[in-house]
Ligand binder design. Sequence first.
Ligand code: AR6
Length: 231
Amino acid sequence: IPSAHNNSELGSKDIEGKADKSSSSCHNQVSLDDTPTLAFPSISTSDFQFNHDKAADIIVEKVAEYSNKVGNARLVLVDLTHKSKILSLVKSKAAEKKIDTQKFFTHVGDITRLYSTGGLRCNVIANAANWRLKPGGGGVNASIFDAAGPELESATKNKVKTLSPGNAVAVPLPSSSPLFTREGVTHVIHVLGPNMNPQRPNCLNNDYEKGCKVLQDAYASLFEGFASIVK
Ligand code: AR6
């Protein structure tokens, strides 16, 4: 089992310890009783073209607000590459604000392969969704629906049909989904962020007063959804 050490910043010792312990006691079976962890992508900053600096401020502000409300659980911001601008911005802003590194850190990796490839256990992952909660469309949404199999699409449909900007919905993942069996993910929380891309529905036309409010609401709704899963 690879260690998460190289890809996680802050709190990496902690992850390594957890990954080692659980892998030795559970063989190939994914243990679900580790420290509850939410992995989330940066909502709205790629396809939805939201300003990175403003988004980073909001992520750090909301993490600071919620990290104490989720008990011993951890929040992890994930992106695909070490060159990620949003990860560097968030890392430095989180350090400035002295956010507890046991409770919040950043990680480079594919959110659908955090345990199998990165050795990082996350029982809940967030998705930057579209308003119809449909698979495909590129970005992290396409990757998560692909990796989860048809189980995620039907579980999502059974729960809710559409999402409005600033909201999140937590969907329990059927245990037959490959994301559950391979990665130990029990829930996917779909989040719809503000959209600044004129080619996508509900474009806010650069209205950052509204956009920032919607992004704050989106993270609040995500972290509340996670808190209610872990409590
Ligand atoms: N693992 C981790 N992070 C990822 C992955 C991955 N597999 N794939 C992308 N990211 P985006 P948005 C990062 O565009 O801006 C979709 O088509 C990416 O680098 O997925 O909220 C939906 O259907 C970026 O940091 O989401 C919506 O229509 C972050 O995930 C629309 O895009 C979010 O990028 C939502 O746009």
